[in-house]
Write a protein that binds this ligand. Structure first.
Ligand code: ADP
Ligand code: MG
Length: 250
């Protein structure tokens, strides 16, 4: 296993450290001895073929999937502060016929007040503030089931940003988003990362955005096959072997 520059000694402070993480489901070894560091403020991309264990790794980090090994979080200089994680799962779907609006979705997630009582003025202002973070104020009254792939990702991202997390975990945020929407979304993630000083850990099948946006790339296929800068990973023999061709989208 090639641990790359981030897999061994940690040069500067980490938000997330994983050591020897393994996941076994039934008799199947889904992930084996995963070690990685996500440094504060970095964008880390996890790539790998379908079934490589990318979503399972994210779920293990979130505590939704049983695993062995060590997962530890730290906020540098703030030992006892609780760490907040924002998460957008892979391809959530909403029924186009469902009358739930973006405002309803936020109100359900952010308020204890039953949705049928309506949304208070204060709550509406709070929702508008959340949507502003993803430049999505105009989406507030749209029905969630009718949003485009890119719009839905922006809304889910806005939800994951409230309360503001220290680390944002995104599972395939670019799937279902058109090419134009992809660079808009990646620009937005980059802006959010810098403005709110958070780390982003995301899985992706889109290799074309890696060089521009990712600080660190991890090639996963049950184990970490290779990790490093985008160009180190995209030009590695492990990448060639897994994807049988150079660069491009899988
Ligand atoms: P990826 O996100 O890289 O496409 P996943 O993490 O979704 O891969 O899945 C990795 C492997 O683990 C797949 O072979 C999948 O079938 C298996 N797997 C995931 N979740 C479960 C589960 N709950 N029960 C059994 N097998 C699972
Ligand atoms: Mg997945």
């Amino acid at each position: 296993m090639n641990l790359g520059s981030h897999g061994g000694n940690c040069g500067h402070s980490c938000c997330l450290r994983i050591a020897d993480l393994s996941v076994k489901i039934g008799s199947d070894m889904i992930l084996e001895n995963i070690s990685l560091h996500a440094h504060c403020g970095e964008m880390i991309a996890i790539i790998g073929p379908n079934g490589a264990g990318k979503s399972t790794l994210l779920k293990a980090i979130l505590g939704q999937q049983e695993s062995t090994g060590v997962i530890s979080f730290a906020i540098p200089g703030q030992r006892n502060r609780k760490l907040t994680i924002g998460y957008v799962p892979q391809s959530p779907t909403f029924d186009p016929g469902d009358p739930v609006t973006v405002a309803d979705l936020f109100a359900c997630c952010m308020s204890k007040r039953p949705a049928f009582l309506g949304i208070s003025k204060k709550m509406k202002e709070k929702i508008e503030e959340c949507l502003e973070r993803v430049h999505g104020e105009e989406l507030i009254n749209k029905r969630v089931g009718t949003l485009s792939g890119g719009e839905l990702q922006r809304v889910l991202l806005a939800l994951a940003l409230e309360p503001l997390p220290n680390i944002l975990i995104l599972d395939e945020p670019l799937s279902g988003v058109d090419v134009e929407g992809m660079s808009m979304l990646m620009d937005m993630l980059d802006e959010i990362r810098q403005v709110y000083d958070l780390s982003i850990l995301m899985t992706t099948h889109d290799f074309s955005t890696l060089e521009t946006y990712a600080d660190h790339v991890i090639l996963l296929d049950r184990a970490v096959l290779c990790q490093g800068t985008p160009s180190e990973v995209l030009n590695s023999k492990e990448f060639q072997t897994v994807f049988h061709r150079k660069g491009g989208t899988q």
